[in-house]
Design a binder for this molecule. Structure first.
Ligand code: GTP
Length: 240
């Protein structure tokens, strides 16, 4: 029997992970797949917090280069994460997994407000907590929101889901000879400017010594394998 090596995790999903083969919105088959994968980890008794991006619906940074004021664009991006959070909540509950959505921006008719102590209580009761609307502040990415929430709920690790197998020395989609790291330090990620998460998110993990595992979510069973300590993806941690 696989045994989890983490008690509490923060899973970071990008909005793009929900795109499937489409170029906009949510592919419900992908949503079902992700919900099942999360359900398999939940069944191990692992406490799960989730931060989800919104890039499948609206990309704040991109819009800000096309004439929308950066602050407005970032708020629009946060609203996109709320939509994804509700979609994921629904998919998880269809799998019989209890969930709560907490939002960094007040929208009480739709989601609970983010209250750290309440989030922890939900986790202790076995509910998956989905954190919507990033940090609630413009100029911060949802990766940074993931670092922040992970710190706040005292997660043991951040699992950063991507569509490649881990962290590479160069872009694996463009460069055939890109090499994957099984382990790398936060400092190396920052100094080599490896595009794993933005530098604020990585620095926060470094300063608080929070390990980060980057892995491919498209492969069946990967989240569960990572949670059980199998050598999947890339682990980012401090120098020993
Ligand atoms: P316990 O206190 O552990 O029983 O947690 P609970 O979440 O079940 O209790 P509560 O009575 O606070 O919540 C019941 C339901 O209402 C849950 O689905 C919550 O997510 C939801 N809920 C609670 N507060 C809010 C809120 O401010 N806005 C919205 N939209 N839903 C809320």
């Amino acid at each position: 029997m696989d045994k989890p090596i983490y008690k509490r995790i923060l899973l970071k999903l990008s909005g793009e992970a929900l795109l499937g083969k489409g170029s906009f919105g949510i592919d419900t088959n992908v949503l079902k797949f992700v919900a099942k994968e999360i359900g398999d980890v939940h069944a191990l008794g692992v406490q799960i917090g989730i931060v989800i991006g919104g890039g499948n619906i609206f990309r704040g940074m991109e819009a800000s280069t096309k004439g929308i004021d950066r602050v407005s664009a970032d708020y629009m991006g946060m609203l996109a994460t709320a939509m994804n959070s509700l979609a994921l909540q629904n998919a998880l509950e269809n799998h019989g997994i209890p969930t709560r959505v907490q939002s960094a921006i007040g929208m009480k008719e739709i989601a609970e407000p983010f209250i750290k102590r309440r989030a922890v209580r939900h986790l202790e009761k076995g509910r998956v907590v989905i954190f919507a609307c990033g940090t609630g502040s413009p100029y911060f990415t949802t990766d940074t929101a993931a670092s922040l929430r992970a710190m706040e709920i005292q997660a043991d690790v951040i699992l950063k889901a991507t569509n490649v197998d881990g962290v590479y020395d160069k872009d694996p989609v463009k460069e055939k000879d890109a090499r994957i790291f099984s382990k790398i330090s936060y400092t190396e990620v920052l100094t080599r400017n490896l595009k794993v998460m933005d530098s604020t998110a990585v620095s926060m993990c470094r300063d608080n010594n929070l390990p980060l595992v980057v892995f491919n979510i498209e492969k069946i069973g990967n989240i569960r394998s990572v949670v059980c300590g199998k050598p999947i993806g890339t682990i980012i941690e401090g120098e020993k």
